[in-house]
Design a protein around this ligand. Structure first.
Ligand code: DX5
Ligand code: ZN
Length: 221
């Protein structure tokens, strides 16, 4: 199964509900919530209050990507706000095994993310515990950036490692994904595609979502 997860970071927050409806009509599988604190990344986005409102507005699973320092302190807030998946950055956590178990003990799926310059091998000792690994294909903090081609090698490496270890976690990729590169990202092994500007900056949000979904479903064997 392949999943499209539109990132609401790029949505129009004054028209969030109709834009969520548009991606739902287009076949979105999840909603990706890019949480930024202005410390771990050089940008501030939104927090639990917005997640709570979005939760009331959709049945889609909420995939919360915490680009924040000290995520342990906020995990319960995001769980209470309705997050279905909480992903923390390997670079932002001192005791990653403890943080992943904290998330799972609250009944929520646990993900771990790595920045472009962080090797896949840094995740070797946590892979058996996580539900998802998020490979950042841009330097986190902003939508609309160009996809870093070195990400393809990392996706391949992670998919091979998953096979070798006989694990089942999902591989998610976030940043610079569009119709011109989503096929090769899918063929490299991506399961969950986070897309912001290639959906929300389009005139027809539903059609943009559906087009991307059709491309990945055509590569799914
Ligand atoms: C970066 C953000 C973006 C966003 C996707 O921190 O995580 O990658 O979700 O934005 P686009 O699809 O516009 O690159
Ligand atoms: Zn993200």
């Amino acid at each position: 199964m392949k999943y499209i997860a539109p990132s609401i970071l790029t949505a129009d927050f004054a028209n969030l509900l109709p834009q969520i409806r548009s991606v739902e009509i287009g076949g979105a599988d999840w909603l990706h919530c890019d949480i930024m604190d202005g410390h771990f990344v050089p940008n501030i986005s939104f927090g639990p209050p917005i997640v709570k409102s979005v939760k009331k507005s959709t049945e889609l699973p909420l995939d919360c990507h915490l680009m924040i320092e000290n995520p342990d302190f906020f995990i319960e807030d995001f769980v209470k706000s309705g997050a279905n998946i909480i992903t923390v950055h390997q670079e932002a956590v001192i005791h990653l095994n403890r943080t992943v178990h904290l998330i799972k003990e609250m009944g929520v799926k646990a993900g771990v993310s790595i920045n472009p310059s962080t090797p896949v091998t840094f995740l070797r000792e946590i892979l058996e515990y996580v539900d998802m690994v998020l490979i950042m294909s841009v330097n986190p903090g902003f939508g609309g950036q160009r996809f870093l081609d070195s990400s393809i090698r990392k996706i391949n490496e992670l998919a091979d490692l998953r096979d070798k270890l006989n694990l089942q976690f999902l591989i998610e990729v976030d940043g610079g994904i569009g119709k011109e590169n989503i096929k090769k990202i899918s063929e490299a092994g991506c399961d969950v595609f986070v897309v912001g500007s290639a959906i929300f900056n389009k005139e027809n949000i539903s059609a943009a979502t559906a087009e991307l979904k059709n491309i990945i479903n055509s590569t799914y064997v």
